[in-house]
Design a protein around this ligand. Structure first.
Ligand code: PEP
Length: 249
């Protein structure tokens, strides 16, 4: 049985003060939720304040990226070991906004993933096709390439520390979401990839989140699909009412 995981990606929104005020409200509303994992991913500058506000909480803290090295001459970056020290449990890797604006590649995601795992943290690995790729009939090829690159030399034993997020780029922040059936079909394709590369048990155990304009209005139908195990939520994670409604679908 895969435990649902709902993660909020706050992108470059909310200062440290706004973030810690926000999670105090979330914590109050979600403190009795036990049957699903809840993760919030603030900007790295806000992480210590959020961890502090969430002491003894059922809400875990994630980061939006983490470097492939633990230290070095990498101006502007933050490493998984540094994030771990301040209380981070999950690191999002390969988000399409990082792929689009920050030169993220599958090879880099793979290196980062190895370092996240080496540090004993968990990763949310994002994959997804653009509208152009989908319309050109290249969706499966694109996903296969992304998954192959991201999972190169990742061992079977590490899969329990990895969540995959399927985020069709055309659905992120656009208000257009994949239909639950469309999303489930792709989740099944991803699960088959894991089955081919590893084995059927690993494929059945790995959690695959859907991301792309998830809202209180569509979460129930999405989570009703057999291969959707959670959601990575952007816009709707920035307000307590919508995020709480999504968590408590
Ligand atoms: C995201 O940022 O990962 C995301 C899915 O955004 P939104 O929910 O706003 O589409």
């Amino acid at each position: 049985m895969r435990k649902p995981i709902i993660a909020g990606n706050w992108k470059m929104y909310k200062t440290a003060k706004e973030s810690s005020d926000f999670v105090k409200q979330l914590q109050e509303k979600l403190k009795n939720v036990q049957d699903r994992e809840i993760v919030v991913c603030p900007v790295s500058l806000a992480i210590p304040a959020v961890v502090d506000a969430l002491q003894f909480s059922n809400i875990q803290v994630g980061a939006q990226d983490g470097h492939w090295e633990n230290e070095g001459a990498f101006t502007g970056n933050v490493s998984p070991s540094m994030l771990k020290e301040v209380g981070v449990k999950y690191i999002v890797l390969g988000h399409s906004e990082r792929r689009q604006y920050d030169g993220e590649t599958d090879e880099r995601v793979n290196r980062k993933l190895k370092n996240v795992l080496k540090n004993g943290l968990r990763a949310i690995v994002c994959v997804g096709e653009t509208l152009q790729e989908r319309e050109a009939g290249k969706m499966e090829q694109v996903l296969e390439t992304q998954l192959t690159g991201c999972f190169t030399d990742i061992g079977l034993g590490d899969l329990t520390s990895i969540v995959i997020a399927y985020e069709p780029v055309w659905a992120i922040g656009t208000g257009k979401n994949a239909t639950p059936e469309q999303a489930n079909e792709v989740h099944l394709f991803i699960r088959k990839f894991i089955e081919k590369k590893y084995n059927v048990e690993a494929a059945q155990a790995i959690r695959i989140q859907y991301g792309g304009s998830v809202k209180p209005e569509n979460i129930k139908q999405l989570m009703g699909q057999p291969d959707i195990d959670g959601a990575l939520v952007g816009g709707a994670s920035l307000k307590t009412d919508s995020f709480c409604a999504i968590v408590q679908f």
